[in-house]
Design a protein around this ligand. Structure first.
Ligand code: NDP
Length: 294
Protein backbone atom coordinates (compact mmCIF):
# COMPACT_ATOMS: atom_id res chain seq x y z
CA UNK A 1 0.00 0.00 0.00
CA UNK A 2 1.26 3.49 -0.89
CA UNK A 3 1.42 5.36 2.43
CA UNK A 4 0.95 9.12 2.58
CA UNK A 5 3.35 10.75 5.03
CA UNK A 6 1.48 13.72 6.48
CA UNK A 7 3.89 16.66 6.51
CA UNK A 8 3.16 18.68 9.64
CA UNK A 9 5.83 21.28 8.84
CA UNK A 10 4.17 22.07 5.53
CA UNK A 11 0.66 22.27 7.01
CA UNK A 12 1.93 24.40 9.93
CA UNK A 13 3.61 26.78 7.46
CA UNK A 14 0.28 27.14 5.61
CA UNK A 15 -1.52 27.88 8.91
CA UNK A 16 1.07 30.56 9.70
CA UNK A 17 0.52 32.08 6.23
CA UNK A 18 -3.20 32.34 7.07
CA UNK A 19 -2.26 33.92 10.42
CA UNK A 20 -0.15 36.50 8.57
CA UNK A 21 -3.04 37.33 6.27
CA UNK A 22 -5.43 37.66 9.23
CA UNK A 23 -2.93 39.90 11.01
CA UNK A 24 -2.62 42.11 7.94
CA UNK A 25 -6.42 42.52 7.91
CA UNK A 26 -6.43 43.35 11.64
CA UNK A 27 -3.58 45.85 11.11
CA UNK A 28 -5.83 47.79 8.74
CA UNK A 29 -8.00 48.52 11.79
CA UNK A 30 -4.92 49.35 13.88
CA UNK A 31 -5.02 46.09 15.79
CA UNK A 32 -2.02 43.86 16.60
CA UNK A 33 -2.53 40.46 18.26
CA UNK A 34 -0.40 39.92 21.35
CA UNK A 35 0.65 36.81 23.29
CA UNK A 36 2.11 36.56 26.79
CA UNK A 37 3.98 33.41 27.73
CA UNK A 38 4.82 32.78 31.36
CA UNK A 39 7.50 30.34 32.48
CA UNK A 40 8.13 29.53 36.13
CA UNK A 41 11.44 27.78 36.78
CA UNK A 42 14.19 26.68 34.42
CA UNK A 43 13.15 23.31 33.01
CA UNK A 44 15.20 23.06 29.78
CA UNK A 45 12.38 21.57 27.68
CA UNK A 46 9.95 24.27 28.88
CA UNK A 47 12.55 26.96 28.16
CA UNK A 48 12.91 25.60 24.62
CA UNK A 49 9.10 25.60 24.09
CA UNK A 50 8.74 29.15 25.43
CA UNK A 51 11.67 30.33 23.29
CA UNK A 52 10.17 28.92 20.11
CA UNK A 53 6.76 30.46 20.88
CA UNK A 54 8.42 33.86 21.33
CA UNK A 55 10.44 33.48 18.11
CA UNK A 56 7.30 32.56 16.14
CA UNK A 57 5.49 35.64 17.54
CA UNK A 58 8.42 37.85 16.54
CA UNK A 59 8.60 36.37 13.03
CA UNK A 60 4.91 37.08 12.53
CA UNK A 61 5.11 40.60 13.97
CA UNK A 62 2.86 39.70 16.87
CA UNK A 63 3.22 41.60 20.15
CA UNK A 64 5.00 39.28 22.58
CA UNK A 65 5.59 39.36 26.33
CA UNK A 66 7.81 36.68 27.80
CA UNK A 67 7.75 36.48 31.60
CA UNK A 68 10.40 34.22 33.11
CA UNK A 69 9.99 33.78 36.85
CA UNK A 70 12.32 31.99 39.28
CA UNK A 71 11.56 28.46 40.47
CA UNK A 72 10.63 29.70 43.97
CA UNK A 73 7.98 32.16 42.73
CA UNK A 74 4.99 32.06 45.08
CA UNK A 75 1.47 31.21 43.97
CA UNK A 76 0.39 34.75 44.99
CA UNK A 77 3.10 36.39 42.86
CA UNK A 78 2.14 34.26 39.85
CA UNK A 79 -1.57 35.05 40.28
CA UNK A 80 -0.71 38.77 40.56
CA UNK A 81 1.20 38.58 37.26
CA UNK A 82 -1.73 36.82 35.58
CA UNK A 83 -4.09 39.53 36.81
CA UNK A 84 -1.74 42.14 35.36
CA UNK A 85 -1.71 40.28 32.01
CA UNK A 86 -5.52 39.99 32.11
CA UNK A 87 -5.59 43.81 32.30
CA UNK A 88 -2.88 44.44 29.67
CA UNK A 89 -4.74 45.55 26.52
CA UNK A 90 -1.74 44.66 24.30
CA UNK A 91 -2.05 41.01 25.37
CA UNK A 92 -4.88 38.98 23.80
CA UNK A 93 -3.60 35.52 24.71
CA UNK A 94 -1.99 34.23 27.91
CA UNK A 95 -0.21 30.93 28.26
CA UNK A 96 1.44 29.55 31.38
CA UNK A 97 3.95 26.91 30.36
CA UNK A 98 3.18 23.50 31.85
CA UNK A 99 4.27 21.90 34.09
CA UNK A 100 4.86 24.57 36.76
CA UNK A 101 6.92 23.73 39.88
CA UNK A 102 5.13 21.36 42.28
CA UNK A 103 4.29 24.07 44.86
CA UNK A 104 2.11 25.84 42.27
CA UNK A 105 -1.58 24.89 42.05
CA UNK A 106 -1.84 24.65 38.25
CA UNK A 107 -5.64 24.39 38.19
CA UNK A 108 -5.95 27.62 40.20
CA UNK A 109 -3.54 29.35 37.81
CA UNK A 110 -5.57 28.25 34.78
CA UNK A 111 -8.79 29.46 36.42
CA UNK A 112 -7.17 32.88 37.07
CA UNK A 113 -6.64 33.48 33.34
CA UNK A 114 -9.40 35.55 31.72
CA UNK A 115 -11.28 32.93 29.60
CA UNK A 116 -11.27 35.44 26.72
CA UNK A 117 -7.44 35.27 26.78
CA UNK A 118 -7.14 31.53 27.45
CA UNK A 119 -5.56 30.58 24.11
CA UNK A 120 -4.50 27.19 25.52
CA UNK A 121 -8.18 26.32 26.01
CA UNK A 122 -7.75 24.82 29.50
CA UNK A 123 -10.02 27.19 31.45
CA UNK A 124 -13.28 25.50 32.55
CA UNK A 125 -15.26 28.06 30.54
CA UNK A 126 -13.50 27.02 27.34
CA UNK A 127 -13.72 23.31 28.13
CA UNK A 128 -17.47 23.77 28.58
CA UNK A 129 -17.76 25.82 25.40
CA UNK A 130 -15.98 23.08 23.47
CA UNK A 131 -18.39 20.49 24.88
CA UNK A 132 -21.31 22.78 24.00
CA UNK A 133 -19.94 23.30 20.47
CA UNK A 134 -19.80 27.07 20.97
CA UNK A 135 -17.68 28.47 18.10
CA UNK A 136 -16.14 31.14 20.37
CA UNK A 137 -14.37 28.36 22.37
CA UNK A 138 -10.61 28.22 22.48
CA UNK A 139 -9.79 24.63 21.63
CA UNK A 140 -6.47 23.27 22.96
CA UNK A 141 -3.78 23.72 20.32
CA UNK A 142 -2.61 20.11 19.86
CA UNK A 143 -6.11 18.64 19.19
CA UNK A 144 -6.84 21.58 16.90
CA UNK A 145 -3.60 20.80 15.08
CA UNK A 146 -4.59 17.13 14.68
CA UNK A 147 -7.91 18.14 13.14
CA UNK A 148 -6.14 20.58 10.81
CA UNK A 149 -3.76 17.85 9.64
CA UNK A 150 -6.74 15.63 8.77
CA UNK A 151 -8.42 18.47 6.87
CA UNK A 152 -5.24 19.40 4.99
CA UNK A 153 -4.72 15.74 4.02
CA UNK A 154 -8.26 15.39 2.71
CA UNK A 155 -9.14 12.72 5.29
CA UNK A 156 -12.89 12.54 5.91
CA UNK A 157 -13.89 12.35 9.57
CA UNK A 158 -17.69 12.31 9.10
CA UNK A 159 -18.88 8.80 9.91
CA UNK A 160 -15.31 7.58 10.46
CA UNK A 161 -14.49 5.58 13.58
CA UNK A 162 -11.79 7.55 15.40
CA UNK A 163 -10.07 5.71 18.22
CA UNK A 164 -7.98 7.92 20.51
CA UNK A 165 -5.61 6.27 22.96
CA UNK A 166 -5.18 8.77 25.83
CA UNK A 167 -7.73 10.81 27.76
CA UNK A 168 -5.80 13.89 28.93
CA UNK A 169 -7.49 17.27 28.62
CA UNK A 170 -4.52 18.62 26.66
CA UNK A 171 -4.90 15.97 23.95
CA UNK A 172 -7.22 12.94 24.04
CA UNK A 173 -10.37 14.20 25.75
CA UNK A 174 -10.40 17.53 23.88
CA UNK A 175 -9.75 15.86 20.53
CA UNK A 176 -12.63 13.47 21.23
CA UNK A 177 -14.99 16.39 21.88
CA UNK A 178 -13.75 18.22 18.80
CA UNK A 179 -14.16 15.28 16.41
CA UNK A 180 -17.54 14.10 17.74
CA UNK A 181 -19.06 17.59 17.33
CA UNK A 182 -21.96 17.99 14.94
CA UNK A 183 -19.84 20.21 12.72
CA UNK A 184 -17.80 20.25 9.52
CA UNK A 185 -14.54 18.26 9.74
CA UNK A 186 -15.95 16.37 12.73
CA UNK A 187 -19.06 14.12 12.99
CA UNK A 188 -16.85 11.14 13.80
CA UNK A 189 -17.78 8.12 15.88
CA UNK A 190 -15.27 8.49 18.70
CA UNK A 191 -13.87 5.87 21.06
CA UNK A 192 -11.46 6.96 23.79
CA UNK A 193 -9.15 4.31 25.22
CA UNK A 194 -6.83 4.59 28.23
CA UNK A 195 -4.77 2.52 30.62
CA UNK A 196 -7.83 0.66 31.95
CA UNK A 197 -9.11 -0.31 28.49
CA UNK A 198 -9.40 -4.08 28.11
CA UNK A 199 -7.84 -5.75 25.09
CA UNK A 200 -6.61 -2.49 23.59
CA UNK A 201 -5.57 -3.98 20.24
CA UNK A 202 -9.13 -5.19 19.55
CA UNK A 203 -10.36 -1.63 20.12
CA UNK A 204 -7.62 0.13 18.14
CA UNK A 205 -7.99 -2.29 15.20
CA UNK A 206 -11.51 -0.96 14.68
CA UNK A 207 -10.17 2.51 13.95
CA UNK A 208 -10.43 4.17 10.59
CA UNK A 209 -8.38 6.93 12.22
CA UNK A 210 -6.16 5.98 15.17
CA UNK A 211 -4.70 8.71 17.38
CA UNK A 212 -1.92 7.83 19.83
CA UNK A 213 -1.50 10.25 22.76
CA UNK A 214 -0.01 8.01 25.40
CA UNK A 215 3.53 9.18 26.17
CA UNK A 216 5.16 5.77 25.70
CA UNK A 217 7.75 5.30 22.95
CA UNK A 218 6.68 2.94 20.13
CA UNK A 219 3.72 1.64 22.18
CA UNK A 220 1.41 1.23 19.17
CA UNK A 221 2.67 -1.68 17.09
CA UNK A 222 1.53 -3.17 13.77
CA UNK A 223 -0.76 -5.48 15.79
CA UNK A 224 -2.81 -2.46 16.96
CA UNK A 225 -3.55 -1.13 13.47
CA UNK A 226 -5.80 -2.40 10.71
CA UNK A 227 -4.69 -2.24 7.08
CA UNK A 228 -5.59 1.07 5.46
CA UNK A 229 -6.01 3.06 8.69
CA UNK A 230 -4.90 6.67 9.17
CA UNK A 231 -2.55 7.06 12.14
CA UNK A 232 -1.92 10.33 13.96
CA UNK A 233 0.99 10.10 16.40
CA UNK A 234 0.88 12.82 19.05
CA UNK A 235 3.60 11.30 21.23
CA UNK A 236 6.91 13.04 21.77
CA UNK A 237 9.31 10.84 23.71
CA UNK A 238 13.04 11.16 24.28
CA UNK A 239 14.96 7.92 23.87
CA UNK A 240 18.69 7.53 24.49
CA UNK A 241 20.74 7.47 21.33
CA UNK A 242 24.51 7.59 21.71
CA UNK A 243 24.87 8.35 17.99
CA UNK A 244 22.76 11.53 18.26
CA UNK A 245 24.47 14.87 18.94
CA UNK A 246 22.39 15.51 22.07
CA UNK A 247 22.58 11.87 23.24
CA UNK A 248 18.89 11.30 22.58
CA UNK A 249 16.35 11.39 19.77
CA UNK A 250 12.63 12.04 19.66
CA UNK A 251 10.23 9.22 18.82
CA UNK A 252 6.47 8.96 18.82
CA UNK A 253 4.04 6.62 20.55
CA UNK A 254 3.80 4.61 17.33
CA UNK A 255 6.33 2.07 16.11
CA UNK A 256 6.58 4.00 12.88
CA UNK A 257 8.70 1.63 10.81
CA UNK A 258 6.39 -1.34 11.49
CA UNK A 259 3.10 0.59 11.30
CA UNK A 260 3.63 2.97 8.36
CA UNK A 261 3.53 0.29 5.59
CA UNK A 262 0.01 -0.73 6.74
CA UNK A 263 -1.41 2.79 6.72
CA UNK A 264 -3.27 4.92 4.26
CA UNK A 265 -1.59 7.91 5.91
CA UNK A 266 0.57 8.54 8.99
CA UNK A 267 2.25 11.44 10.78
CA UNK A 268 5.98 11.13 11.47
CA UNK A 269 7.71 12.17 14.71
CA UNK A 270 9.27 14.66 14.55
CA UNK A 271 7.63 16.72 11.81
CA UNK A 272 4.01 15.61 12.24
CA UNK A 273 1.75 16.91 15.02
CA UNK A 274 4.60 18.76 16.79
CA UNK A 275 4.89 21.78 14.45
CA UNK A 276 1.08 22.17 14.44
CA UNK A 277 0.82 23.03 18.13
CA UNK A 278 2.65 26.38 17.91
CA UNK A 279 0.91 27.24 14.63
CA UNK A 280 -2.52 26.70 16.21
CA UNK A 281 -1.45 28.77 19.24
CA UNK A 282 -0.80 31.67 16.87
CA UNK A 283 -4.17 31.08 15.18
CA UNK A 284 -5.89 31.06 18.60
CA UNK A 285 -4.16 34.35 19.52
CA UNK A 286 -5.48 35.99 16.34
CA UNK A 287 -8.95 34.62 17.17
CA UNK A 288 -8.65 36.07 20.70
CA UNK A 289 -7.66 39.48 19.31
CA UNK A 290 -10.60 39.44 16.92
CA UNK A 291 -13.08 38.35 19.60
CA UNK A 292 -11.84 40.90 22.14
CA UNK A 293 -12.20 43.79 19.75
CA UNK A 294 -15.52 42.65 18.31
P1 NDP B 1 -0.79 12.07 29.79
O1 NDP B 1 0.24 11.31 30.56
O2 NDP B 1 -1.51 13.17 30.45
O3 NDP B 1 -1.88 11.04 29.24
C1 NDP B 1 -1.50 9.80 28.72
C2 NDP B 1 -2.72 8.97 28.44
O4 NDP B 1 -2.29 7.71 27.95
C3 NDP B 1 -3.56 8.71 29.70
O5 NDP B 1 -4.93 8.87 29.40
C4 NDP B 1 -3.23 7.26 30.04
O6 NDP B 1 -4.32 6.55 30.64
C5 NDP B 1 -2.97 6.68 28.67
N1 NDP B 1 -2.14 5.49 28.81
C6 NDP B 1 -0.99 5.35 29.50
N2 NDP B 1 -0.54 4.09 29.43
C7 NDP B 1 -1.46 3.40 28.69
C8 NDP B 1 -1.57 2.06 28.28
N3 NDP B 1 -0.67 1.14 28.66
N4 NDP B 1 -2.62 1.71 27.54
C9 NDP B 1 -3.55 2.61 27.17
N5 NDP B 1 -3.50 3.91 27.52
C10 NDP B 1 -2.46 4.31 28.28
O7 NDP B 1 -0.04 12.57 28.47
P2 NDP B 1 -0.44 13.75 27.45
O8 NDP B 1 -1.79 13.54 26.91
O9 NDP B 1 -0.08 15.06 28.03
O10 NDP B 1 0.64 13.47 26.30
C11 NDP B 1 0.64 12.28 25.56
C12 NDP B 1 1.81 12.30 24.61
O11 NDP B 1 1.65 13.37 23.70
C13 NDP B 1 3.17 12.55 25.27
O12 NDP B 1 4.17 11.83 24.55
C14 NDP B 1 3.40 14.03 25.11
O13 NDP B 1 4.78 14.36 25.08
C15 NDP B 1 2.76 14.24 23.74
N6 NDP B 1 2.31 15.61 23.52
C16 NDP B 1 2.65 16.18 22.34
C17 NDP B 1 2.25 17.44 22.04
C18 NDP B 1 2.61 18.01 20.71
O14 NDP B 1 2.68 19.20 20.57
N7 NDP B 1 2.80 17.18 19.69
C19 NDP B 1 1.47 18.25 22.98
C20 NDP B 1 1.05 17.51 24.16
C21 NDP B 1 1.49 16.24 24.42
P3 NDP B 1 -4.88 6.93 32.11
O15 NDP B 1 -5.68 8.20 31.91
O16 NDP B 1 -5.71 5.77 32.47
O17 NDP B 1 -3.69 7.15 32.96
Amino acid sequence: METTIIDGKQVAAAVLEDVRADMAALAQDGRQPGLAVVLVGSDPASQAYVGSKERTCNKLGMFSRKEELPEDTSQEALLALIEELNQDARVHGILVQSPPPVHIDEAAVVRAIDPAKDVDGFHPVNVAKLALEDPSAFVPCTPLGCQKLLIASGIETAGAHVVIVGRSLIVGKSLGLLLMAKAPHANATVTIAHSRTKDLATVTKQADILVAAIGRPHFITADHVRDGAVVIDVGINRVDDASAKRGYRLVGDVDYDAVAPKCQAITPVPGGVGPMTIAMLMANTVKACRQQSA
